[in-house]
Design a protein around this ligand. Sequence first.
Ligand code: SF4
Ligand code: SF4
Ligand code: FES
Length: 228
Amino acid sequence: MFQYEAPEGAQMIQVWINGKEWQVPEGLTMIQAMWYTGHEVIHGIGCLGGVCGACAAVYRMPGNFRLFNALACQTLVKEGMAFSLIASYPTQRAQYDIEQIPDAKEGLFTLYPESATCRNCNACTEVCPQGIDVRTSVWQAAFGDFKGVAETTMSCVMCGLCVSRCIAEMAPHEIALYARRAYGSRELAFPENLRQRMDSVASGTYDEELERLSRLSPDQLKLECGVK
Ligand code: SF4
Ligand code: SF4
Ligand code: FES
């Protein structure tokens, strides 16, 4: 199990993790506080950099009725905070090959018929830890404005918190992913620099370097990457 060592002399604060009271040093993220208190965090953790969206969490603060949402690797614990990770949230995830769908707009309603049932409550926008206007993206998708969806949801980390609040029981992030795929595959030109890089990979330009890296020990790799 990973053990987190707190900085020397850090002030202790009181928090509740999954309903149990703990004293932890201030300045820790929620994830670090869980490690510090001996929780085995296997699910609900990934990049630790606010990118992968695996660490969705809910929390409350004393004297405040609101239920807040956050990425646990990006959010510092505070005095009196009560929080839990949401390890996963069941989601309707359609299986499809975007290239094989004849009409992308019709395809959206076939795969996600609920995407036309938004009730405008805006809960998805309020819950989003990335500050995305999720409600607008759902309407953009429903009207076939896939470019608009792509622009609105570019910073989505697929944490699924919007699903947890949607009163129309849809998965706005999956709908947005469909729209981004449709936009990318039908409306955007294939990026020339990406094509060049893919050609380089396919022609073996990096094979020798990859072979060299694969022979390095973990310590040599850390040195190579500048990781302490
Ligand atoms: S849109 Fe939904 S899945 Fe994406 S970051 Fe916001 S809450 Fe998370
Ligand atoms: S939470 Fe659901 S119903 Fe409410 S605005 Fe967002 S998509 Fe629409
Ligand atoms: S662990 Fe990846 S966003 Fe928090």
